[in-house]
Design a protein around this ligand. Structure first.
Ligand code: NG6
Ligand code: CA
Length: 514
């Protein structure tokens, strides 16, 4: 019997492989939002403002209800997106400072490396926040900003170096600060450069947006920032123009590369502080600049999709929309986000937000769209931004070196909306790292580990911080998605199993099978 059936199975197997190869090499655009929570889009339940362009992707593609980013802050999520490895496995992957060095080792096999191996042109436009320059040296602002995106696999970059609340407000492209006048060198540092240097403390009355905590150093564009800088005046941009500039740059790069497969990582900054949307978006929602910035982000997505339509690329492009961490209201500036939040639930039904290992910290909008290839629908499969490396490797038929992408799972069938697809069976969620806080989701169970017994920001809309919590808690997400009832006492066996598994996955140094 086996004898007669074997050739048939082999035939079916090779047909299945041919089918996946027949998907060819679609262009891939990963749009990563900044600080966008699960409930921050109208397709994820927001009712007081609309996000029609992103809603269109959700309505025509897969809208994930268990889509995650790997950490509840920016740098570790971006690190794991680009390396396919959980950031907690490497020291120094927390929020990068203004003068931080590149935290991805040059010999790491990265997501852009794998796309290049697959024959793609690669680019990153937007927020970087992974450091520039060598360890021990950091960025050479007036010279070559190397190593940087080029050295880890991007053919092209047009970037904001860190975040816009960190100095300096300049664009980086071709490994240099754009429009830098050598006669006006750029200096970036941690100490006030001279006693008369204006800061958010000495010139607070002159600010167009006041700070609430931190963010009181050098002033640029009426906003005081984290860190100090002088010079580089011709290179400096206005916060209001960031989104327009990145759309312009992305559209130009897509046009230049329309005839070959391309991979674009579009890293938006819109609702990260300081939230300064362009004047045309200011006041479009009842919630102040935070939600106005969401509408601006939605506009950028619309512009990118319009470009694909115009160039006839929509049916040959996979678009992945995701976020880098959950939401926060007051993140250091008095922009009224908290006061004007009204009934809006930025984290949707989930607890916590940015900085937290509760679901609100990492369960975020996650949409895949590919016209004609991905069916429309809502998916409950568990997927994470760390999985894009292994999934795009599978989609493009590229092999991953054994030692690379240690925690990236091939969830490409789920991303493509296949009926029989599986998502992840487990996921480790982390905060900014370094303090041993983890969330561990397995099926519908969720174990949280808070070393030191402190949880951050458990109710986003009330701006509570640092609540005391037990070291381990257990939640049953099938009955209690909002992580309200700790059921660890009633389920000691489950808790012990999850604790052991979490510990062994952390210790093992990898979770992708070799
Ligand atoms: C914090 C900043 C916060 C934000 C965050 C990084 C203060 C008081 N807070 O340290 O405003 O910049 O870092 O955000 O300075 S992230 O989304 O890039 O991770
Ligand atoms: Ca962020």
């Amino acid at each position: 019997m086996t004898h007669t059936f074997t050739p048939l199975f082999t035939l079916l197997g090779s047909l299945a492989m041919a089918a996946s190869a027949a998907l060819g090499k679609p262009n891939v655009i990963v749009i990563m939002a900044d600080d966008l929570g699960y409930g921050d889009l109208s397709c994820y339940g927001a009712t007081t403002f609309k996000t029609p362009h992103i809603d269109k992707l959700a309505a025509g593609g897969q809208r994930f209800t268990s889509g995650y980013c790997s950490a509840s802050t920016c740098t570790p999520t971006r690190y794991s997106l680009l390396t396919g490895t959980y950031a907690f496995r490497k020291k120094g992957t927390g929020i990068a400072p203004p003068n931080g060095h590149l935290i991805i080792d040059q010999d790491t096999f990265t997501l852009p490396d794998l796309m290049k191996k697959a024959g793609y042109k690669t680019a990153v436009v937007g927020k970087w926040h992974l450091g520039l320059g060598e360890k021990g040296k950091g960025p050479d602002w007036n010279g070559e900003l190397k190593p940087g995106p080029r050295e880890i696999g991007f053919d092209h970059h047009f970037l904001l170096p860190t975040t816009n609340d960190r100095v300096p407000q300049v664009y980086v492209t071709e490994s240099k600060v754009l429009n830098l006048d050598p006669k006006d060198p750029l200096w970036v540092g941690r100490k006030k450069p001279s006693p008369d240097h204006p800061t958010g403390i000495t010139h607070r009355d002159s600010l167009k947006m006041d700070w609430s905590h931190g963010h009181n150093a050098t002033i640029h564009n009426g906003i005081s920032r984290i860190g100090f800088y002088t010079g580089g005046h011709k290179a400096r941009f206005r916060d209001e123009d960031l989104a327009d500039k990145w759309v312009e740059q992305s559209v130009a790069w897509i046009e230049q590369n329309k005839d070959e497969p391309f991979f674009l990582f579009y890293a938006s900054h819109d609702l990260h502080v300081p939230r300064i949307p362009h004047e045309r978006f200011q006041g479009v929602t009842p919630h102040g600049f935070r939600a106005d910035s969401i509408v601006q982000l939605d506009w950028t997505v619309g512009e990118i999709m319009k470009t694909l339509d115009r160039l006839n690329l929509t049916e040959n492009t996979l678009v992945v929309f995701c976020s880098d961490n959950g939401p926060v209201m007051d993140d250091g500036y008095k922009d009224g986000a908290l006061e004007k939040v009204g009934t809006h639930k930025a984290a949707g039904p989930y607890k916590g937000g940015k900085y937290s290992v509760y679901e609100g910290g990492t369960r975020t909008p996650f949409i895949t769209y590919w016209k004609g290839k991905i069916p429309a629908g809502t998916s409950g499969k568990m997927v994470c931004t760390v999985d894009l490396a292994a999934s795009l490797a599978a989609l493009t038929g590229t092999s991953l070196p054994k030692e690379a992408c240690k925690d990236s799972m091939d969830v490409s069938p789920a991303l493509l909306g296949k009926d029989d697809a599986k998502g992840r069976s487990h996921l480790i969620q982390q905060d900014n790292g370094g303090r041993g806080k983890f969330g561990f989701r397995k099926g519908n169970w969720k174990l949280t580990h808070h070393s030191g017994g402190q949880a951050r920001n458990t109710v986003v809309e009330k701006n509570l911080t640092n609540n005391k919590v037990p070291t381990f808690q257990l939640y049953d997400l099938s009955k209690d998605p909002g992580e309200k009832k700790n059921v660890i006492k009633a389920n000691p066996k489950v808790a012990a199993e999850l604790q052991t598994e979490l510990e062994s996955l952390v210790k093992a140094g990898r979770s992708r099978a070799e």
